[in-house]
Design a protein around this ligand. Structure first.
Ligand SMILES: [Zn+2]
Length: 257
């Protein structure tokens, strides 16, 4: 049964990843994510259906536009495969649970945030607010269906805790931590809080750990100066994903009994 759920989620992930590519390109440019249809950024030719199949089209076209031969970024198949992998992981983690759809929305949002923040150094409200708008009702629905009101309460506590903690960091170090990161933290806190509050601490800790290690590495390699901006969203996202998928074994290993 879990295998069937995982397969369905994997295929759904490819399709959602394809949509996320549109979101990642258009939302920072303040364009509609619904219309018009996707075009080649090089020559403006509208993509035919056969050139719009996740991953497969990119491979068949050898990463180039059919009309003008302009290279198509490897980011496109990467986002599609990455989203599919995260959806499969979520399916294996939660199985056929009412809360699974909410976590799929969460993971999809983290993919979009990661790639937008890496390129533009922003975490758009047009990602964070719609994510909350969809996922809060899904969590309420899961709580109602499975009588998990204490999980829902903890999700609220987690959101408030993570938001408050990053707000303090932002006030101390506004250059290092933008307000977009503070808003994102509320979303992370919500989903990690649903699992329990230790997951909230673990997720944020891992985010800061990944961020610091990357900064140190980049500075050591002289790829970035001490004062250059480094996007923090991708690290928070990575920390949250690890905490959702592997948090329970990590926590029980760290605090036996
Ligand atoms: Zn083209």
């Amino acid at each position: 049964m879990t295998v069937a759920v995982a397969v369905v989620c994997g295929l759904l992930g490819l399709a959602v990843g394809s949509f996320l590519n549109v979101v990642i390109y258009r939302v920072p440019r303040k364009e509609s994510v619904v219309r018009p249809r996707s075009r080649c950024p090089g020559c403006g030719t509208q993509l035919a259906d056969r050139d719009n199949i996740p991953v497969l089209s990119w491979i068949l076209l050898r990463g180039r536009c059919r009309t003008c031969g302009e290279p198509i970024s490897a980011r496109y198949p990467l986002v599609e495969l990455g989203t599919a992998a995260l959806f499969v992981a979520a399916a294996l983690r939660f199985g056929l649970d009412w809360v699974l759809p909410a976590y799929l929305v969460f993971f999809a949002a983290l993919v979009a945030v990661t790639f937008i923040d890496l390129e533009h150094y922003i975490i758009p409200n047009r990602i964070v607010y719609p994510t909350l708008f969809v996922s809060v009702p899904l969590l309420v629905l899961a709580a109602a269906a499975q009588n998990e009101w204490s999980e829902l309460l903890r999700a609220g506590e987690g959101a408030a805790l993570a938001w408050g903690f990053l707000l303090v960091v932002h006030l101390i170090q506004p250059r290092g931590m933008g307000f977009g990161d503070v808003r994102l933290a509320a979303v992370l806190g919500l989903f990690l809080g649903w699992l329990d509050l230790r997951h909230v601490f673990l997720g944020l800790f891992l985010g800061f750990l990944f961020g610091s290690l990357s900064s140190i590495t980049l500075i050591a390699l002289r790829r970035r100066g001490r004062k250059d901006q480094i996007p923090f969203g991708p690290f928070l996202a990575a920390g949250a994903v690890v905490a959702v998928l592997f948090g329970s074994p990590i926590i029980s290993w760290y605090s036996p009994g």
